[in-house]
Design a protein around this ligand. Structure first.
Ligand code: NAD
Ligand code: MG
Length: 387
């Protein structure tokens, strides 16, 4: 890479956002930061924005505007706040946008970046879960480029044969199984948020860590893969692989299986996306298979981890079902993290919402937002019924 490219990071204070910024800062000759955004962490946002000389720093929570302005006083960084400012950040003409907001909250800004035909590194999988058809249609219409950052999808993206998709027989998404992979069902209701966010292989934000523990993350990733790759739902398999070394695989009709391997470090898929179609150096531990010595595989247990079954059913049902699944899960995970409900209540609530709200077609984004807020209200009343 020799020309300077401009970048905006939506969700720069999160786990993916910080890793992205560190790779960008390691290559100051290659990148110039236009905008950074965060939900409420003013101190970190202001520190990042001043450090890299961003044009714009946006705090999504409007109540934090004054604090952000104060923190940026004396610098050249412009402060802004609120949902419209988030869209403004996405609309700045950055060559490259990292979509790393967590949850459906990232959908509007990501769509804005898509609508101006940007190159987008997509970490925010919930966008594709809640509005996959509309997002992919917009990508086509506006000539945007979506680069999957999620490690599994990034792995598949690296080995998929997009020129000859008929040669692909299936894709195999690997899953670590999370911190409760071997826990008996009876003990799962009593696990704490602290146990749930302690992922064996990856350091991630709280929401995705709980999703990994319930395996809803792999369910969301199934739906994400369905939208990113030209394959029917029944040709996307899930395989437990506790070491998280094989990040996913593509099987071909001649019996070949191609995989992408690496140390479990998100800086690899982020670096791949940043440098695409070239490669750049990333400060990750080199993979040492002799040290790892063995790789294990298991079939997922759909009884202990019903989220996998629910996500596949929602994908098959289509329409608004994945939107409901995602919204209900966001509310239930937040309630679990606040210790208002037990761990197994998360998936029970999602299931209750899915059965209470029959699938309807989603013609436009307003339909998505309407279903999303109805599902959130439904899930909130399920939470209240439990506490
Ligand atoms: P995180 O919680 O660490 O960070 C989330 C970021 O989004 C923060 O910058 C936060 O300020 C911002 N944010 C949160 N709510 C917001 C709102 N309502 N409006 C605007 N901004 C908001 O999360 P993370 O682990 O970095 O994950 C980000 C996304 O990437 C998620 O969709 C996750 O599923 C996906 N992802 C993460 C990893 C990982 O290793 N962390 C791996 C694969 C995919
Ligand atoms: Mg993943």
């Amino acid at each position: 890479m020799n020309e300077v490219r401009t970048i905006t990071i939506l969700g720069s204070t999160g786990s993916i956002g910080c890793n992205t910024l560190s790779l960008v800062e390691d290559n100051p000759q290659a990148w110039r930061v236009l905008a950074l955004t965060a939900h409420s962490n003013v101190d970190l946002l202001a520190e990042q924005a001043k450090r890299v000389g961003a044009q714009l720093a946006v705090i999504a929570d409007p109540a934090k505007f004054a604090a952000l302005k104060d923190a940026l006083a004396g610098s050249d960084v412009r402060a802004a706040a609120g949902p419209d400012a988030l869209l403004e950040a996405a609309e700045l003409p950055a060559d490259w946008v990292m979509a790393a907001i967590v949850g459906a909250a990232g959908l509007k800004p990501t769509m804005k970046a898509i609508e101006r035909g940007a190159i987008i590194g997509l970490a925010n999988k919930e966008c594709l879960v809640c509005a996959g058809d509309l997002v992919m249609k917009a990508v086509q219409t506006h000539g945007a480029t979506l680069l999957p950052v999620d490690s599994e999808h990034n792995a598949i993206f690296q080995v998929f044969d997009f020129a000859r998709p008929e040669g692909v027989s299936k894709i195999i998404l690997t899953a670590s199984g999370g911190p409760f992979r071997t826990h008996p069902l009876a003990s799962l209701q009593d696990v704490t948020p602290q146990q749930a966010v302690k992922h064996p292989n990856w350091a991630m934000g709280a929401k995705i860590s709980v999703d990994s523990a319930s395996m809803m993350n792999k369910g969301l990733e199934l739906i994400e893969a369905y939208h990113l790759f030209p394959l029917a739902e029944d040709r996307i398999e899930i395989l437990i692989h506790p070491q998280s070394v094989i990040h996913s695989m593509v099987a071909f009709v001649d019996g070949s299986v191609l995989a992408q391997l690496g140390s479990p470090d998100m800086r690899t898929p982020i670096a791949y996306s940043l440098a695409w179609p070239a490669r750049m150096k990333a400060p990750v531990k080199p993979l040492d298979l002799a040290e790892i010595a063995r790789l294990d595989f298991e079939v997922p247990d759909l009884v202990r981890f019903p989220a996998l079954r629910m996500a596949r059913d929602a994908l098959r049902a289509g329409g608004s079902s994945p939107t409901i699944l995602n919204a209900a899960n966001e509310i239930a995970v937040a309630a679990f993290l606040e210790k208002r409900i037990g761990f197994l209540d998360i998936t029970s609530i999602v299931e209750e919402c899915l059965s209470a709200m029959p699938s309807v077609d989603l013609g436009c984004l307003d339909d998505v937002y309407e279903i999303d807020s109805r599902a959130r209200a439904q899930a909130a009343s399920c939470v209240n019924a439990l506490v």
